[in-house]
Design a protein. Structure first.
Length: 327
């Protein structure tokens, strides 16, 4: 039996939203993320898995045992599932060490190991109000882990974190799985956060599952424009635009649209075969430049490897072979 199995899970929220039947399977130790636009049903699904909400239909099984819904228990939740809400709270004016002692079920040396994994050992003597937002979040995570869950559910764990604290939290989540052997499932409003962490991503759109695959596949071969847009900029080629690239790529006779990410195009001198265009705008991102290039009546976004172009330059836009994906 799978570690976590969700079968036909549905939930209506008022008259305006319905989570359509969702099926998913997560193996022990697998890093799984749920992504989607605001209002797509991510947090609703996570609460149903945690047993903190009652499904209208469907079941959740953890390690072959059914997870009861919120209406089936006096105290909602499952003893083997820890749920870190984006609205987590810590008791005010307590030392971190005191906050953790109240929840700890482990020998102190084992608890210290978890504190090390969560990067909070140096914070144990500080009081709650002396912590930054990122530090509070790691303390809240450690408080859940010392209760020995099998599954850790995280709702928007990177929300409201600056880049430094987000990087630390991403490493903490990786180490929770690799060092502590705890399976993690997270929801994020910014799917880009999940690309480098997750082994598989489930994408929701208006309560429906539209695609589930490895991050690389979602990025390069999205099911539709909605999925493509979640994971970064893209260029969409109509048959008419593709005519400008005669000799460098071709669309099928069915007239399907083709998708290329900005890094799958490059700028070259006009003497090189490609689509002729004019640079309208350049943006610097540190590791690369990004150019908006007017080709015919369409504007294409292209990554540039170095600062060698200027606004107004006439260029040839060249697609990389075998990078086209047809929608």
């Amino acid at each position: 039996m799978p570690f976590l199995e969700v079968n036909g899970l549905t939930k209506a929220i008022g008259t305006s939203f319905r989570l359509e039947p969702i099926d998913l399977v997560q193996a022990a130790g697998q890093r799984l993320a749920i992504a989607g636009a605001t209002g797509s049903g991510k947090s609703t699904l996570l609460k149903l898995i945690a047993g903190l909400a009652q499904p209208d239909a469907g079941t959740v099984h953890l390690e072959s045992a059914r997870v009861l819904g919120a209406d089936e228990k006096l105290l909602p939740g499952h003893p083997r599932i820890a749920y870190l809400s984006q609205h987590y709270e810590l008791r005010h004016h307590y030392r971190v060490e005191e906050l953790l002692e109240y929840a700890n079920k482990l020998p102190y040396r084992e608890a210290l190991w978890i504190y090390d994994v969560c990067r909070i050992t140096h914070l144990l003597q500080r009081k709650e109000h002396e912590l930054s937002g990122g530090e509070k979040q790691r303390v809240a995570t450690a408080r859940l882990l010392i209760q020995q869950p099998a599954l850790l559910l995280l709702d928007e764990p990177f929300s409201n974190l600056d880049r430094a604290h987000k990087t630390v939290m991403q490493q903490v989540l990786h180490d929770i799985g690799s060092e502590l052997g705890i399976t993690c499932l997270l929801v994020t409003h910014d799917p880009l956060d999940s690309l480098s962490w997750a082994e598989e991503i489930l994408v929701l759109q208006e309560g429906r599952r539209v695609q589930q695959a490895a991050p690389q596949l979602l990025y390069r071969q999205p099911a539709n424009e909605y999925v493509a847009g979640l994971f970064g900029p893209y260029n969409l080629f109509s048959p008419g635009l593709a005519d400008a690239f005669a000799g460098t790529m071709a669309l099928p006779a069915s007239g399907r649209k083709a998708l290329l990410r900005p890094e799958h195009l490059r700028l070259a001198p006009v003497s090189e075969p490609g689509a002729r265009g004019i640079i309208q705008r350049l943006r610097y991102f540190g590791a690369h430049w990004e150019a908006d290039v007017l080709v015919g009546n369409a504007t294409l976004t292209v990554h540039c490897a170095q600062e060698q172009w200027r606004t107004g330059d006439e260029v040839s836009v060249v697609p990389q072979p075998d990078t086209l994906w047809f929608l």
